[in-house]
Design a protein. Structure first.
Length: 204
């Protein structure tokens, strides 16, 4: 079957919507849509409602920018977390990756991306000002720059170091158990856990 010609406009529209998601081509989108068509109406209704509720009800934590069901996420609300240690990550996936190691007990700051001129992402597009405000307020003994070991990650690390190095906080990075070029969210839990435990002072 050609994926440029559909017997139904409704089918074509649904395939186009699925294909607009990252990493999903038109063939995969077609298979997903056909799978939904084979399910009963109640299953499809639950599927659609879950997406709508996600979009309408999701919050971004007012403290760390993590995704949450409430204005302040469970991690920031946890009185047992070490509030003197702040782990700076690129995105929500990285928070999940670090949490899965069960090695880290501090708080987070989600930047919402990394500096990437080729993608048109500069410092002003990230949650850097709010990070600096947290550090300026005091009480943070260590800032862990836990960004992917890529050129863009290293560029962002350097920029953050220059912004934060004059405050009274130790700035560390993950040990290079995370290989150069690796994306943090795809690093296995054992390697990432060791990298957190063996972190090093940031060096220019």
């Amino acid at each position: 079957m050609s994926f440029n010609e559909f017997p139904s406009r409704l089918l074509e529209n649904a395939v186009n919507e699925f294909a607009s998601l990252p990493g999903i081509g038109r063939k995969t989108a077609f298979r997903l849509v056909m799978n939904l068509l084979r399910r009963d109406a109640e299953e499809v209704r639950r599927f659609g409602e879950s997406i709508l509720k996600l979009h309408e009800g999701i919050h971004y934590c007012k403290v760390c920018n993590n995704i949450s069901d409430t204005e302040i996420c469970n991690i920031c609300n946890d009185g047992k977390r070490d509030k003197s240690v702040l782990c700076v990550v690129e995105n929500i996936q990285d928070v999940m990756a670090v949490e899965n190691t069960r090695q880290y007990k501090g708080l987070y700051h989600v930047l919402g991306g990394i500096i990437s001129p080729i993608d048109g992402i500069g410092p002003s597009d990230l949650k850097i000002d709010s990070l600096e405000e947290k550090v300026k307020a005091g009480g943070i003994k260590e800032i862990i720059l836990a960004l992917s070991a890529t050129m863009e990650g290293d560029t962002t690390n350097y920029y953050l170091y220059r912004k934060l190095c004059n405050y009274d906080s130790l700035i560390t990075t993950l040990a290079r158990g995370v290989a150069v070029g690796d994306e943090l969210e795809y690093t296995d839990e054992i390697t990432l856990g060791r990298a957190i435990n063996n972190r090093n002072p940031y060096q220019q």
